[in-house]
Design a protein around this ligand. Structure first.
Ligand SMILES: Cc1cc2nc3c(=O)[nH]c(=O)nc-3n(C[C@H](O)[C@H](O)[C@H](O)COP(=O)(O)O)c2cc1C
Length: 138
């Protein structure tokens, strides 16, 4: 199946899509700032699905918090589903946060993400995408 993949800051028009998948890396337990203008331009009722990568363990409350922020930002849209998986965290972020007592536990957890996303994560992502496309009939 051929789909368009567009860097989010280059999207000019969000009209006319049956479903838009929006992907982002979790940053500071939220959505990166450069994604925010895109959310504001989504047409009311536009069907969307989110996918994100994060350093935290899968299924933890921190990635969920980032997706909840995304829900709030896209409140006019119709959210069809979400998917999160682990992604490598750069060594300078790990080093900077390991030095801070309040972030030490998270940075240790995030070190375990260095081999992600792996084949299994990508297979899960594909299954997620197929499920959404089947749901919306796009
Ligand atoms: C500035 C910055 C802040 C980040 N904050 C978080 C965070 O709060 N929680 C988290 O799980 N991962 C955090 N990460 C890790 C990124 O989510 C991770 O590196 C990214 O999803 C990997 O994406 P990729 O596999 O597509 O390159 C942060 C990374 C950077 C660079």
């Amino acid at each position: 199946m051929e789909k368009e993949l567009i860097p989010i800051e280059e999207v000019k028009d969000t009209q006319g899509y049956g479903i838009i998948f929006i992907g982002f890396p979790v940053q500071a337990h939220s959505v990166p700032a450069k994604v925010l203008p895109f959310f504001k331009r989504l047409p009311e009722g536009q069907r969307i699905a989110f996918f994100c990568t994060h350093g935290s363990l899968r299924g933890g409350h921190l990635p969920k918090q980032a997706l909840e922020h995304a829900f709030g930002l896209a409140s006019k849209a119709k959210i069809m589903g979400t998917f999160g998986t682990r992604g490598k965290v750069s060594s300078h972020v790990i080093e900077a946060l390991t030095a801070k007592a309040e972030h030490k536990a998270w940075s240790e957890e995030a070190q375990g993400a260095h081999r992600h996303p792996d084949e299994a994560d990508l297979a899960d992502a594909q299954e997620f995408a197929r499920g959404i496309i089947a749901k919306v009939g796009a």
